[in-house]
Design a protein around this ligand. Structure first.
Ligand SMILES: [Fe+2]
Length: 658
């Protein structure tokens, strides 16, 4: 049976403990039932294309997605670039098994994706896809400090093919990514505003969209637009983390459409990405709804909002935009449906596409301008409680631009499209509107106590600029604003309530403390395929990834390491965690370490097994300083009524020291 290689390990980089308790996670997996033999075949002649690096569930992960010509077992192989000699990956390079399926007929071939986990910070990595003896070209990405400030870049509607000339659109898209990453080589995410292609299942357009090599070097945050949703190609090309494809978010028949709402946390920013094709009153009969999106955002923020300092939403259909779509019925409707919830949930920033023009809203609270005195184009904005900034990106490729429309002075609907009293040429909700028929992108600097937003030109009127090349006027200033020049810049200062927020940054610990870590790479603890015994029960065994404990404290205070396991899950199917037992061992003596007691599977003693915290190892007061390595043999034994499946659980490890 082919086995997964991955781990769940958010926050491993923060695992060190000077005192108190810390926890980390080990992923455990096993497979049940007879599977296909999957020994890597040197004869595998699969060819690969469309390789793209996507964002993972957090900064320690990346998801690689690709197309393959053949339905073979494939994987991603990863190694620190420093370990690669003459193009050869080292023998200990890590692999992550891929999953996927057959593509739709118009795409042909198959798709695969794999999640790279447990990346280390400040490390350059190389990766390739395929199988032993038949690897793709290698690509590279880097991680940076997992704490602190960072920049990400936001791109609106590449919509490759919409000018009528796919290659011209590709040229503009490539140039924007080249300019943006050239000016911001340390940007950590490329965030899309949707509409990657003009025609959802047109693979020629997808090939052009995926052409820039930056899409294999920087993780893309994919967003589905109205041009992407009508087929499966979007999903085949972009696998996203924590994705809920329930009908209300999916916009229709899952067999013919792509999408879903998803979230991830990247260095103190909780991103929630919505499939905004699913409307409140869908004309196509789908089950989608604005209320469902609001419920999703509410649920994610309630569960995970406290894990991040900022909350950023991304979706395609802009609700506060300046051009052709500004008066769309769904747009106006969503100013009622979305905005109060976003304010109450403490959303800081909303990134949008669809209107192929740039705008930055005033601080909007509950669907209204929060502070009537906020000036157009203000360089510093101080939203109060519930204040949200909405940004719409212009075209990143130059394939299509929409011109800014005039407000309607007769429109008195508070959620409508009346003029700004401070700037009657602009809609009441927008602080800045811009359209020059020039490619641009949005840079967001996430800093300790501010977000700095900039709209930057990535082109001029000159080619590559497909829409202009095909005859559209270009209204950049007569003297021409150069590439890299600023269209708009604002610093957004968050609201801190009446109290005082206190932040402290903690550096890496100095020697002389208690700490622990997982020894080496924290790969999946793989129990393989369970064996059936006597027609009664299944059993699978393995070993945890060893834990290294070091204690150089002068106090010689006691410490202990314990762990508990979740239930093993495969979709709706479960195996109770209590069926997991273990026998702890001191693999390498030191620091006064003594192994914890053996624990039986509940199958043997009807007890709780490792479903409750059990000691792996400990040392008493007065123990010697030093380092110990702790291990444990695992014994998973459970009744044979359990259904065939590939089950996975998480072992949570907790350290206590005083
Ligand atoms: Fe678009």
């Amino acid at each position: 049976m082919r086995l997964s290689t991955s781990a769940q390990a958010r926050g491993l980089a923060r695992r060190r403990a000077a005192a108190g308790a810390t926890a980390a996670l080990l992923g455990l997996g096993l497979a049940l039932g007879s599977g296909l033999g999957t020994a890597a075949s040197a004869a595998d002649a699969s060819t690969y294309n469309g390789i793209i690096l996507g964002v993972g569930a957090n900064e320690t992960q990346r998801i690689v997605t690709w197309y393959t010509s053949a339905d073979t077992a494939q994987k991603v192989q990863v190694a620190p670039t420093s370990a690669i000699v003459n193009g050869e990956f080292p023998a200990d390079a890590i692999t992550f098994d891929a999953v996927g399926g057959a593509n739709i007929a118009t795409s042909g071939g198959f798709n695969r994706h794999a999640t790279i986990t447990n990346l280390k910070e400040n490390t350059a990595y190389s990766y390739r896809v395929g199988s032993e003896g038949n690897w793709s070209t290698a690509y590279a990405f880097k991680t940076q400090d997992f704490e602190g400030n960072y920049d990400f870049l936001f791109f609106g509607d590449p919509q490759i093919g919409s000018s009528g000339d796919t290659l011209k659109d590709q040229a503009g898209w490539e140039e924007t990514l080249k300019v943006a990453t050239g000016a911001n080589p340390n940007a950590e995410l490329l965030v899309s505003g949707g509409d990657h292609v003009e025609t959802a299942n047109n693979e020629t357009m997808w090939t052009s969209f995926l052409a820039p090599d930056q899409l294999r070097q920087y993780p893309l945050v994919a967003t589905i637009g109205n041009h992407d949703v009508g087929g499966k190609a979007y999903e085949q090309h972009h696998f996203t983390p924590n994705t809920d494809r329930s009908a209300p978010y999916y916009n229709g028949d899952p067999s013919t459409r792509s999408g879903g709402d998803y979230w991830f946390i990247y260095k103190d920013v909780l991103f929630i990405d919505l499939n905004s094709n699913s409307y409140a009153n869908p004309s196509d009969g789908s089950l989608g709804g604005d209320a469902a999106h609001v419920a999703y955002v509410t649920d994610v923020i309630n569960k995970h909002g406290s894990e991040a300092k900022w909350k950023v939403l991304v979706y395609h259909h802009s609700i506060y935009s300046p051009a052709s779509h500004a008066t769309d019925g769904d747009n106006v409707q969503r100013r009622k449906d979305f905005t109060t919830a976003f304010s109450e949930l403490g959303v800081d920033l909303v990134l949008q596409g669809h209107d192929h023009s740039y705008s930055r809203s005033y601080s909007i609270k509950n669907g209204q301008k929060e502070n009537p005195a906020e000036q157009p184009g203000a360089a510093e904005v101080y939203p109060g409680p519930g204040g949200v900034i909405y940004v719409t990106a212009n075209s990143a490729s130059g394939s299509k631009y929409y011109d800014i429309k005039k407000p309607n002075p007769a429109d008195t609907n508070p959620h409508g499209n009346g003029p700004d009293p401070l700037n009657p040429d602009s809609y009441w909700y927008n602080s800045v509107q811009n359209q020059e028929h020039v490619r641009s992108y949005v840079k967001v600097q996430v800093q300790a106590d501010k977000l700095v937003l900039e709209n930057l030109r990535s082109g001029t009127c000159a080619a590559p600029n497909a829409a202009v090349e095909k005859g559209l006027s270009c209204t950049n200033t007569p003297e021409g604003q150069p590439i890299g020049s600023i269209v708009d810049k604002v610093t957004v200062h968050p609201y801190h309530g009446n109290g005082q927020d206190i932040q402290v940054n903690v550096p890496t610990a100095a020697p002389g403390e208690f700490g622990w870590t997982i020894d080496g790479y924290n790969g999946l603890v793989d129990l393989g395929t369970a064996q059936e015994h006597s027609g009664q029960y299944f059993e699978a065994t393995g070993k945890i990834n060893p834990i290294l404990v070091s204690d150089s404290r002068r106090t010689l205070a006691p410490w202990s390491i314990s762990a508990s396991v979740s239930d093993f899950r495969d979709g709706d199917k479960t195996i109770a965690g209590s069926y997991l037992g273990w026998t702890p061992q001191v693999v390498q003596a030191g620091a006064g370490a003594k192994a914890g007691d053996a624990v039986l599977s509940a199958y043997d003693d009807q007890g709780k097994g490792l479903s409750i915290a059990r000691g792996l190892g400990a040392a008493d007061q007065g123990h010697p300083k030093g380092t110990a390595k702790l291990g444990a043999d695992l014994d998973l034994k459970f009744p044979n009524e359990v259904e065939k499946g590939s089950y996975r659980a998480t072992l949570t490890i907790t350290a206590l020291s005083s």
